[in-house]
Design a protein around this ligand. Structure first.
Ligand SMILES: [Zn+2]
Ligand SMILES: [Zn+2]
Length: 361
């Protein structure tokens, strides 16, 4: 049987999204049906709508979600009806070459639901990052549903499913930030500020937020930046060296995804330091760096995909830290909206007015 619910569809490249009735199948083997309680509006949803990711329209958008398991299919043991879960777009398969090497956070065959959600006429929908949670019900692979403490507010918890995890993980998992480190974060939107929060959690003593927007720099301070630099007026490379005794930082996190800001991250790091790219570039972008500097500075140039997270390990931990008052997830929720306001939320995001608009059901 299929369940008819409202969902947010991107029907054609660049066209505004619309709320339509969609059909969500009952769960088959290895699948879970989740009643969505909250789902954040992420840049990736906008990228799908713009046709910047794939051309498989129509898309069912939404992927930063939390909810209650409604029903599970045969052979599901990790969750049961009534469980409070965060949806993950990485559900390690356990059998690919990366999982078999003991590195499931790099899984090459992450699981998704086998059945498709469809339009009422049967047209299959492509679910954003294998989730599709701007809908009252979402069908996922059971491994994508990660149980966390149900005391968490759904609006805050759902954000851990994508952007906030990406930022926290860029600092903690990929960058390996630890006590006493100095860190610079270039780009202080949702992901960048989550990287700042992650650096603070890990014990960094100097955390420098860089952005061109004063409002975002104000947010950065609230999340734990000890210093901020407006790179519209000030050269961040020189300013960061000045703040670190002329040396640069141990970890430079690029949360913009542009050649100029990547180059800044490269030059603001100390010798043997680490650059982490978590901002998402577009296909035409290129960088040019003196190879001797790449060699001579040592250290590491890394990329962080989904914060190199292992959802079953990291989601429950971050929710516990949030419930203990050590991680301010609530501050990322700029506003709560209804399902029909997603298009408007995209425009607020483009204007930099919000960290996250969150759809509540
Ligand atoms: Zn795998
Ligand atoms: Zn996202």
């Amino acid at each position: 049987m299929a369940n008819a619910v409202k969902g947010v569809i991107a029907g054609a490249k660049g066209a505004p999204v619309s709320v339509e009735t969609i059909l969500v199948p009952d769960p088959g083997p290895g699948e879970a049906l989740v009643r969505i309680q909250a789902c954040g509006v992420c840049h990736t949803d906008l990228h799908y709508r713009e046709g910047a990711i794939t051309n498989d329209f129509p898309f069912l958008l939404g992927h930063e979600a939390s909810g209650i398991v409604e029903q599970v299919g045969p052979n599901v043991t990790n969750v049961a009806p009534g469980d409070f879960v965060i949806l993950a777009w990485r559900a390690p398969c356990g059998t690919c070459r990366s999982c078999l090497r003991g590195r499931p956070w790099y899984c090459f065959a992450s699981r998704n639901a086998q059945q498709k959600m469809t339009r009422q006429d049967g047209t299959p929908l492509s679910a954003a990052i294998g989730i599709g949670a701007f809908a009252e019900l979402a069908l996922v692979a059971a491994g994508q549903a990660v149980k966390v403490n149900p005391a968490a507010r759904p609006e805050a918890a759902g954000l851990v499913g994508c952007g906030i995890m990406a930022g926290l993980g860029a600092a903690i998992n990929t960058g390996g930030v630890s006590r006493g480190d100095s860190v610079a974060v270039i780009g202080c939107g949702g992901v960048g500020n989550a990287a700042i929060a992650g650096a603070k959690l890990a014990g960094a003593h100097t955390i420098i937020g860089v952005d061109v927007d004063e409002r975002k720099l104000e947010w950065a301070k609230q999340f734990g930046a000890t210093h901020t630099i407006n790179s519209r007026h000030t050269d961040p490379v020189q300013a960061i060296r000045d703040l670190t005794g002329g040396n640069g930082v141990n970890v430079a996190i690029e949360a913009v995804g542009k050649p100029e800001t990547y180059t800044q991250a490269f030059y603001v790091r100390d010798h043997a330091g680490t650059v982490v790219l978590v901002g998402v570039p577009s296909p035409e972008m290129k960088i040019e760096l003196p190879l001797l500097e790449v060699f001579g500075r040592g250290g590491a140039l890394k990329s962080s995909w989904y914060g190199d997270c292992l959802p079953t390990r990291d989601f429950p931990m971050f929710i516990d830290l949030y419930l203990q008052g050590r991680l301010d997830l609530e501050r990322f929720v700029s506003e709560t909206i209804t399902l029909d306001k997603v298009e408007e939320a995209f425009h607020k995001m483009e204007r930099g007015e919000v960290l996250r608009s969150v759809v509540v059901f």
